[in-house]
Design a protein around this ligand. Structure first.
Ligand SMILES: Nc1ncnc2c1ncn2[C@@H]1O[C@H](COP(=O)(O)OP(=O)(O)OP(=O)(O)O)[C@@H](O)[C@H]1O
Length: 453
């Protein structure tokens, strides 16, 4: 796709020269001879790159002031200054004010093309980085306003700067790693690395290589997680899955603050804060002899518990909204409105897989829910297993029972129930009344008030 480049210069021949060279390279160009036309062109459609003359004769404002305006409106839009002989200093000051680069008149075609391509490439990379940040940035924010999450946030803020080892416990998918990342970010080691070692996914025979690395003639052949985390934080995920032998070696590292690489004899000194996590009951593992008690006490200087999603159902609507917006932003899937009845059903579900499971379901819903891009997602579009334990007869307007007050829900139930019973007894009110345990006259009145004939 050709790029849209705007050339702003008061001299017609320069505008045409620059445009011609760039067009020969396959770029699309537009030109403006003064600042007002330039601003109107930018307003019409944001260009991919701007060439801007410093001296703009006959314009309301000069090139540098226009640069400030462009940068204010579009901080990411690259601007290359065109400088005349003798105002290089101004061009340099333009770079300080946010211009990407400058070219000096008279310029060679090669130089112009090179600068244009570099500016476009840099702008593309900046955009890609922003997208990647957004994508990974998801893992940064602890979303939720429930008392449980507020408490978790406060505890994290209190313990983060202390440098103590922390043991995070909580069920699978509840946000333990997210909490560990938050602790790292708020610690004095924030500018250091955050390294994750997931003991559940590493086979016991690979564990030590992953943790300590391997040695070749006194130097690292392969850097292990501990060495990589120097100056930062090592997150030992599912620490209970560490083989007992490795547990002993970790204990030694904690005592000595140094270790040997696999196959080596040199001591590697490291300064690493360890945060561990477990979804299992470690006290029981200790009782059963599969986890070392001495290591537990060393790792769990400060215990931190991350609650299950079922303990903070208040957060479900904000989490759903957060995930839906995030998924829409990063995948381009339309952001559909979510109905109150869908929120009610999602909130009543138990979520054994916690926040991870909720997130996966939101994604699945956004991909699979039937209907158009602006149509509300309703409870009946949820995967069947989500609402299966809940009463689900739809109301007259098609609403899910979970979105109605008891009085209305009861009325719907009574109507359905009594219609079915009356049908069952072939319309015989006396037999129906006897079965459902009501007086015949009371049943009559009830059927009438419910509109059942
Ligand atoms: N409070 C929260 N706000 C927003 N997203 C969250 C929150 N808690 C967890 N998540 C998201 O839920 C998913 C699971 O979280 P995470 O990996 O931290 O859980 P975990 O407890 O470490 O899981 P496991 O036990 O399987 O290792 C991630 O995508 C994470 O970003």
């Amino acid at each position: 796709m050709s790029t849209d480049i705007l050339i702003i210069d008061d001299e017609l021949d320069i505008r045409e020269l620059v445009a011609g060279i760039l067009e020969d390279e396959g770029h699309g160009t537009r030109t403006a001879g003064d600042t007002d036309t330039a601003l109107a062109e930018i307003a019409r459609r944001r260009p991919g790159l701007v060439f801007l003359d410093i001296w703009l004769q006959g314009s309301r404002i000069d090139g540098l002031t226009l640069l400030d305006t462009i940068k204010e409106q579009h901080p990411d839009l690259p601007v290359v200054m065109i400088s005349g002989h003798g105002n290089i200093e101004t061009a340099v000051s333009a770079i300080r004010r946010g211009a990407y680069d400058y070219i000096e008149k008279p310029f060679k075609a090669d130089r112009l093309i090179l600068v244009a391509e570099r500016a476009l490439e840099a702008s593309k990379l900046r955009r890609e980085i922003r997208v990647l940040r957004e994508r990974t940035g998801e893992a940064d924010e602890l979303v939720g306003r429930s008392t449980a999450v507020n408490h978790l946030r406060q505890t994290i803020e209190r313990i983060a700067p202390t440098n103590s080892r922390i043991m995070i416990s909580g069920p699978s998918g509840s946000g333990k790693e997210l909490a560990a990342r938050a602790i790292h970010r708020l610690s004095t080691r924030a500018s250091g690395p955050f390294v994750v070692l997931n003991a559940a996914t590493i086979t016991p025979d690979r564990m030590e290589v992953e943790l300590f690395g391997t040695d070749g003639d006194g130097a690292a052949r392969r850097v292990g997680a501990l060495e990589e985390a120097h100056g930062g934080t090592l997150y030992l995920d599912e620490v209970a899955d560490m083989p007992r032998e490795t547990q002993g070696k970790i204990l030694r590292v904690l005592i000595e603050q140094s270790f040997q690489r696999v196959g080596g004899s040199t001591k590697v000194q490291v300064d690493v804060r360890i945060i561990s996590s477990t979804a299992r009951d470690l006290e029981r593992e200790i009782g059963e002899g599969s986890f070392r008690e001495d290591l537990f006490h060393r790792l769990s200087v400060v215990p931190l518990r991350v609650p299950a999603l079922a303990e903070r159902r208040d957060d479900i609507p904000v989490l759903v909204q957060h995930f839906a917006e995030h998924i829409s932003r990063t995948t381009g899937l339309p952001m559909r409105p979510i109905g109150e009845d869908a929120f009610a059903v999602l909130q009543a579900h138990d979520w054994p897989g916690n926040i991870r499971q909720l997130r996966n379901n939101v994604e699945r819903l956004m991909i699979l829910a039937r209907g158009g891009a602006t149509e509300t997602i309703t409870a009946d579009m949820l995967p069947p297993e989500i609402g299966e334990i809940l009463p689900s007869t739809p109301g007259r307007g098609g609403e899910h029972l979970m979105s109605l007050p008891l009085r209305d829900a009861r009325e719907i139930f009574e109507r359905e129930y009594l219609t079915a019973q009356v049908n069952r007894f072939g319309g015989n009110i006396s037999r129906t009344a006897e079965f459902v345990g009501m007086e015949r006259s009371a049943l009559h009145r009830k059927l009438k008030s419910l509109g059942v004939n």
